[in-house]
Ligand binder design. Structure first.
Ligand SMILES: [Zn+2]
Length: 269
């Protein structure tokens, strides 16, 4: 059964590759059908099978032998593995499939950000609208049976997710005297908040800089640049939060501390 979910996931990854190529170039993701990016020859269905076609063609176009980017098989394998992992963890139900779509959005945003240093609004704002709507339709996403409570939690997650990065950006702008936080990152974390709720995006806010630290230092040393795309590290942090966030909050005592503070601190009485 897991092999089937891997195949389904890698086919989804094949579609994500189309989005990664076309969204930042502002082309339709529906039409025309896939073409070689070098000779423009349409790609036949048997040359478009996830992972297998790349191996059979030994990584080059059948017609012009132009090399096919390593990104294609990587995104297909990654999405296949992520689909299996998410469904194994959250079950093959509505909640599981929403998280598959969420991780697929993160993969797409990350690869576009790596190449173009942008996160398209179709993913962040589009995903935000879908996240709010799905929260009302599937209250189990926010651990409740009430659609209204779920929508409220989704909206609070959106505000906290977008708000913490926006606030950090304002402080950064004052310190560095130039734009320090990309609008795309703010919108991406707002979208994630609508899906995961405020606790997990707040955890991600603290996890992402830790994950970005070593790659950031490497870029600084090797490329003499202090600019790294932040989207992939937010996405990595969000994936960690999705799978282990509740355990991390519990094991570190953060959840308990916040609860005690909430209950006993005179400010909150
Ligand atoms: Zn070609």
């Amino acid at each position: 059964m897991w092999l089937i979910w891997f195949v389904v996931g890698s086919c989804l990854g094949s579609f994500l590759n189309v989005c990664i190529y076309r969204l930042p170039r502002e082309r339709s993701i529906v039409r025309p059908r896939s073409r070689c990016t070098s000779c423009e020859h349409p790609i036949a269905w048997y040359d478009n099978i996830p992972l297998l076609s790349f191996a059979a063609l030994r990584g080059a176009c059948r017609h012009c032998r132009h090399p096919i980017s390593w990104r294609y098989p990587l995104v297909e394998a990654l999405t296949g593995a992520a689909t299996v992992a998410v469904l194994a963890r959250f079950g093959v139900g509505p909640v599981g499939w929403v998280y598959v779509a969420f991780v697929a959005a993160l993969i797409t945003a990350s690869f576009i950000d790596l190449e173009f240093q942008i996160i398209p609004d179709e993913i962040s704002l589009g995903g935000l609208a879908v996240g709010l709507a799905l929260s009302a339709l599937i209250p189990a996403l926010h651990g409740t049976a009430s659609p209204l409570a779920s929508l409220m939690r989704s909206a609070i997650g959106m505000l906290i997710g977008g708000g913490v990065l926006y606030g950090t950006g304002l402080i950064g702008d004052v310190i560095f005297r130039k734009e320090s936080m990309g609008g795309g990152d703010i919108k991406l974390l707002a979208m994630a908040g609508a899906v995961l709720g405020w606790k997990l995006v707040l955890l991600t806010f603290f996890l992402a800089p830790v994950l970005a630290l070593i790659p950031g230092l490497l870029v600084l040393l090797l490329k003499r640049s202090h600019l790294i795309p932040y989207g992939p590290f937010l996405s990595l942090g969000l994936s960690v939060s999705l799978f282990a966030g509740d355990d991390i909050l519990r094991a570190t005592g953060i959840e308990e501390s916040v609860r005690l503070l909430w209950e006993y601190h005179p400010w909150f009485q």
